[in-house]
Design a protein around this ligand. Structure first.
Ligand SMILES: C[S@@+](CC[C@H](N)C(=O)[O-])C[C@H]1O[C@@H](n2cnc3c(N)ncnc32)[C@H](O)[C@@H]1O
Length: 292
């Protein structure tokens, strides 16, 4: 079959399966099958697909038509300009998580996260693909990075991504429940995109997410606040006085998060491009000096 005919037939299949952006998906999966870029697709419409290529393309389109995200089929997602490996063991990194990175970098650049001359110590909780820890390791070459996840399968992907980007020596990965086992009063930043969707909102979550992304990466419990409720006191214990907690959140839980942070300093919510509260940041109060 000719490349242009394979593409047209794939677009038709994805359209009848009600997959959003059928042309874009058909093109992404054809680029993946042929290991080429979009310019090649447009330059070679008359190229004949081999039987093997045709079979591989059909398989990819069948998976996509059944709802599997294109990123799990190709095994890749770009985040902050880095090409990351993804598998169904990890959440697919989302563009809105880049606001978490922006918040951390802004605090570092403003000098409000000083570490009295020693390298900044940063921990990413619930690292998944490793996206946050990897970008921070790349952007902050002097920082000391740690990353935890409760899922060994997710950590395997995060380590593979660190190796691909020559960042293995920069990040210590820990299998842990939130900050369990990490040294207290030792971090300048606790950063996290934790599970924050409530089971009560499940029917508003895209079917693709519910069916294919890891449940423990998305859902926190009945209200969505359950993981953050445990994370905040653990972050307080792990941070140095004056250290920062930076977390991804959603509009649904924003008020609850602000309530939980009532005893912290400099509590701020940053909004994403759609105007939704997306990042909560707060500073651990300085150590109290007890009068004699
Ligand atoms: C929303 S995903 C975020 C993944 C990645 N950081 C990102 O931004 O794409 C949440 C991650 O937290 C992990 N997780 C869930 N509960 C956890 C816990 N109690 N302790 C550590 N990690 C946890 C999940 O395995 C998942 O990888």
């Amino acid at each position: 079959m000719l490349l242009k005919d394979a593409l047209t037939s794939a677009i038709d299949r994805l359209t009848s399966a009600r997959v959003g952006s059928p042309r874009m998906n058909a093109e992404i999966l054809l680029m993946f099958t042929l290991d080429c870029d979009r310019a090649y697709l447009y330059a070679h419409p008359e190229r004949e697909l081999t039987n093997q290529e045709q079979t591989r393309y059909d398989e990819a389109i069948t998976q996509r038509a059944s709802g599997s995200p294109a990123q799990y089929i190709t095994g890749h997602q770009e985040f902050w300009g880095m090409d990351l490996i993804v598998s169904p063991a990890v959440l697919i990194p989302r563009p809105e998580t880049e606001h978490v990175i922006e918040t951390v970098l802004r605090l570092v650049d403003s000098g409000r996260a000083s570490s009295s001359g020693s390298p900044l110590r940063i921990v990413d909780i619930g690292t998944g693909s490793g996206c946050i820890a990897l970008v921070l390791a790349k952007e902050l070459p002097d920082a000391e990075l740690h990353a935890t996840d409760i899922s060994p399968a997710a950590l395997e992907i995060a380590r593979a991504n660190a190796a691909r980007h020559q960042l293995t020596d920069r990040i210590d990965f820990h299998q842990a429940d939130l900050l369990a086992g990490l040294a207290p009063n030792s971090f300048d930043f606790v950063v996290s995109n934790p599970p924050y969707v409530g089971e009560s909102e499940e029917d508003q979550v895209q079917l693709e997410v519910r069916k294919f992304e890891p449940r423990n990466a998305v859902f926190a419990g009945p209200t969505g606040l359950e993981v953050i409720q445990r994370l905040i006191p653990q972050a307080e214990a792990g941070l140095k006085p004056g250290g920062w907690l930076v977390m991804e959140i959603s509009g649904t839980i924003a008020a609850g998060v602000q309530r939980l942070l009532h005893s912290w300093n400099n509590v701020q919510l940053a909004h994403d491009l759609q105007g939704i509260p997306r990042v909560a940041s707060a500073r651990k109060p300085p150590a109290q000096i007890t009068p004699l």
